[in-house]
Structures are given as structure tokens and as C-alpha cells.
Design a protein around this ligand. Structure first.
Ligand code: SDX
Length: 430
């Protein structure tokens, strides 16, 4: 039976259909609202507004559920590789052995970037933040692959564009780091798996090759899967709206990287470690910082805490917290900031301020501790988030294009000056 909602306005009753998602969620379809009533809706930050229908990722913020194409994040993290989950998100099904091999082989064949990228890289000062370098280098791919500019090309050509960005982002990310360190660039090694290849490009030097440590590459694999997609978050929505103008995949991903950079979004993983280091320097005075986070007159926020959707534990944070313990123990590292993080979690989760607002550790709260343990420098943390989120952005862009969605162009409520007479400059008083 079709469900409707009725709005009484202007002396009339207006009906709008209720539509249902496959997980029992319901939405009011207001696509005819302005035509029927002249009204628009306002929802700053889109806290109650859906921008699209999607079959990629399902979140239940109250129950702390995260599933990709129906598979739980726990199963995918414990049983699949990153490229396997990337395939699932982009093409909709888990691949069989031969499809996964073809996918991996195609990616391996495209890990090299054009030599002219080095010229672009040289233009960045060593203190350039790697996220800014990465966003620029991804956008520069349109220069080397001009056919990628047209998102309406054949399925095969779009797939080639997708394979190239999945293959080349680790190379571009590692080269952004080498630029920062003013160290010689390391080329991809096609004998290594995706994560080991990235670590090798990051940490090998002319004096010695990086020694692949399975604990480290497995931890990285797990982290990349945990970051792979998260429905209509800020950066995924950015990728979709940029792509909705028929901008290329590379231009849309470049915009997504810029959106992820913000400290309220993916930039939080860098901000968490900087916060934990500040607390460590301040005699580990955790209570002082919890009180600052609760003080409305203080700008300070507990970085890594809170989430727009999860009002319970972020399921990814739970997995990453366990992984952080495991990796530090396996590597024999005793990092005091892990203890500070656990102390913050313990105190905050019994404090009414956090409980009332449903503020729990999110994906960024513990991830930096693992990145640090495996040798990733702090200002590369959000680059790691981008590496993980790439297949999700690609899947969201591809779904938006395949659904032939219209260009995204929200309305507004104008609150400025009403019409007024023009005043020549010599008559203006103020
Ligand atoms: C990511 O969307 C996604 O899915 C994102 C992500 C993904 O995978 O793509 O999960 C990745 O971005 C995780 C979030 C990383 N950001 C941080 O850790 C930064 C710190 N957290 C916040 O700034 C905040 O919690 C947000 C941005 C994450 C969510 O903000 P909302 O949903 O807009 O909530 P809000 O700012 O309106 O806060 C509601 C209340 C407010 O208090 P009151 O006005 O009701 O009194 O909670 C308070 C806020 O002041 N609050 C916090 C807080 N977060 C919210 N108070 C102290 N410390 C915090 N961290």
C-alpha cells in the first residue's frame, strides 16, 4: 500500500509520497514540493536531507551498523583484501578468483605515472601539505589522459579511467611524500601487492630497500578497507556533485580529496594525533581537555569524537582500536599516546555531556596511532584516508553517472536586502 504524507499550506492539503529503502528506512519524496506549494525546504548541513538513492553502503547510526553491498565491515575487513572490496564497491559483487586476478593485473599494469608528473611535483615547495599536492596531481591526470575528460565515453573507456586512478593514486601519494622529504622518487614495483608496493615507494631509499613487514602491510590493508566508503559523507557528496556537472572522474576525485582534507572530516586523523601529543606535553592532563571540549566558550573539540550519523560506537573505531593494540604489541612499540587515547575514551564515555550528545570515538580516533606505528608521518595521515576512500568515491561517481542524475543545484532562502535605489558614489555617506 502506497504511503503518503500530507502538508496543509495555503488553505489546501498537499500529498507527497513516502518511499522505502531496502533496510526499512523511509523518505518523503519532495521533488514536487515547490511546484505544488511554492515552498522549498532548508536543512543546513543536510542533517535530515537525502541527496540520492544509493545501493553501495548502508549505515545505521543508532545501532552502529556499516555494510558495503550487504556485507558487514567486520567480514570484509577480516576476510577480504582491499582490492577485492574495491571491486565489490565499484562493480557491485565480490569477484571470483579469475575476475579478481584480471582486476589486479590491470591495476598492476597502470601503476606508473607519466614522467612529466615529476615536473609538476618539482613546482611544489617541500613544505607543501601532501593533501594539496595529491589533489593537484590527480587533477593533472586529465592532461595525460584527455579522453578521461568525457564521462560519456564507452563503458570500456570509463573502466580504463577507473583502473588508472586506482593504480596510480598510491604512486602519486608516495611521490607527494618523497617531495615533502626531498628524497629521490621510488618507482612502483609490479612484483609487490598493492599495500607493499605503496610502502616500498614510501620508504625505500637509494641506500637500502624497504624491508616489507607482513604485520605492517596487513595492518595497512585492514585500515584501507575500513576507510573505503561511508555513504554520503562530505567528500563523497563532493565527488557526486562535481561529477553531476559531467566533470571528469579525475576532476571529481581531486575535489573529493580537497573536501576530505578538512579537520572536521578526514583531516581529523592528523588533528587527533596533534591533540594527543599536546595532552602528553601538558602532563597528560586528560581531564583539562575533556573540560575544554565541554566548554561552549572554548573552540576546542575532542578530535576523533562524534559523528553526524553514528550516535553509538563507530564500528570501524572498535576494529581499529583492537588493531592498534595488536600492531603495537607485534612491533614491540610502546606509544604513550595510545594510553592517553584509551583514557580519554574511558572518561568521555561515562560523562553526561558526551552520552547525551551520542559522542563516541569515530574512525579517526585510533587510526593515527597505527599509521604512526608503521612509520607514516602525521601530515600523510589524511592521504592514507584518501587512499582507502578512493574506491568508494569511484563507486559513488559511477552510480551517479549510471543513474543519469541531474546536475546538483540546491535552492536557498534569500535573506539579503530587498530592492533599493542605486546611489552614485559621490552621494554615499558611509
Ligand atoms: C569523518 O560523514 C562521515 O561519514 C564522515 C566519516 C567518513 O568515513 O567519511 O565518518 C569520517 O569525517 C569522521 C568525523 C571526523 N571529525 C572529527 O573527529 C572532528 C570532531 N568531531 C566533530 O567536529 C563533530 O562531531 C562532527 C563534525 C564529526 C559531527 O558534527 P555534527 O554532526 O554537525 O554535530 P554538531 O557539530 O552539531 O554537534 C552536536 C553537539 C554540539 O553540542 P550542542 O550544540 O548540542 O551543545 O555535539 C557537540 C557539539 O558542540 N560536539 C562535540 C564534538 N562533536 C560534537 N563536542 C566536543 N567535541 C566533539 N568532538
Amino acid at each position: 500500500m502506497d504511503e503518503n504524507i500530507e502538508i496543509s499550506f495555503g488553505g489546501r492539503l498537499h500529498k507527497f509520497p513516502i518511499i522505502n529503502g531496502t533496510e526499512g528506512e523511509k523518505a518523503i519524496d519532495i521533488s514536487s514540493l515547490r511546484k505544488k506549494t511554492g515552498l522549498i525546504t532548508i536543512d543546513t548541513g543536510f542533517k535530515n536531507t537525502g541527496s540520492t538513492k544509493s545501493s553501495i553502503t548502508f549505515l545505521n547510526g543508532e545501532k552502529g551498523i556499516l555494510r558495503h553491498r550487504g556485507y558487514s565491515i567486520d567480514d570484509l575487513t577480516n576476510k577480504s583484501t582491499f582490492l577485492e572490496v574495491a571491486y565489490l564497491l565499484i562493480y557491485g559483487e565480490l569477484p571470483n578468483l579469475s575476475k579478481l586476478k584480471t582486476f589486479k593485473d590491470n591495476i598492476t599494469l597502470h601503476t606508473l605515472v607519466h614522467e612529466d608528473v615529476k615536473g609538476i611535483l618539482d613546482g611544489f615547495p617541500s613544505k607543501a601539505h601532501p593533501m594539496g599536492v595529491l589533489s593537484s596531481l590527480v587533477s593533472s591526470l586529465t592532461a595525460f589522459y584527455p579522453k578521461s575528460l568525457d564521462p560519456n565515453r564507452s563503458v570500456e573507456e570509463i573502466n580504463g579511467t577507473i583502473i588508472r586512478i586506482i593504480a596510480k593514486l598510491p604512486t602519486l601519494a608516495a611521490w607527494a611524500f618523497k617531495n615533502r622529504m626531498r628524497q629521490p622518487l621510488v618507482y612502483p614495483n609490479n612484483n609487490l601487492d598493492y599495500c607493499s608496493n605503496f610502502l616500498n615507494m614510501m620508504f625505500s631509499l637509494p641506500t637500502h630497500d624497504y624491508k616489507i613487514n607482513k604485520i605492517v602491510s596487513n595492518a595497512l590493508e585492514k585500515l584501507l578497507i575500513l576507510h573505503i566508503d561511508h555513504e554520503q559523507n562530505c567528500s563523497a557528496s563532493t565527488v557526486r556533485i562535481v561529477g553531476s556537472s559531467h566533470a571528469s572522474l579525475y576532476a571529481s576525485i581531486s575535489a573529493g580529496i580537497a573536501a576530505l582534507w578538512g579537520p572536521l572530516h578526514g583531516g581529523a586523523n592528523q588533528a587527533v594525533i596533534e591533540m594527543l601529543e599536546e595532552i602528553k606535553k601538558d602532563n597528560c592532563n586528560v581531564k583539562k581537555y575533556i573540560d575544554k571540549a565541554k566548554d561552549k566558550s572554548d573552540q576546542f573539540r575532542l578530535m576523533g569524537f562524534g559523528h553526524r550519523v553514528y550516535k553509538n560506537f563507530d564500528p570501524r573505531a572498535r576494529i581499529i582500536k583492537d588493531a592498534a593494540e595488536e600492531v603495537l604489541n607485534s612491533l614491540g612499540i610502546n606509544d604513550p599516546v595510545l594510553d592517553i587515547a584509551k583514557k580519554i575514551e574511558k572518561i568521555a564515555l561515562t560523562d553526561q555531556y558526551f552520552i547525551e550528545r551520542g559522542l563516541y570515538p569515530n574512525v579517526d580516533f585510533y587510526s593515527g596511532i597505527i599509521y604512526r606505528a608503521i612509520g607514516i608521518p602525521t601530515d600523510m595521515f589524511t592521504v592514507m584516508f584518501a587512499l582507502g576512500r578512493l574506491p568508494g568515491w569511484v563507486a559513488q561517481w559511477k552510480e551517479m553517472r549510471e543513474n543519469n542524475e541531474p546536475i546538483g543545484r540546491p535552492r536557498q532562502l534569500y535573506t539579503g536586502n530587498i530592492s533599493r535605489k542605486y546611489v552614485p558614489i559621490n552621494e554615499r555617506k558611509n
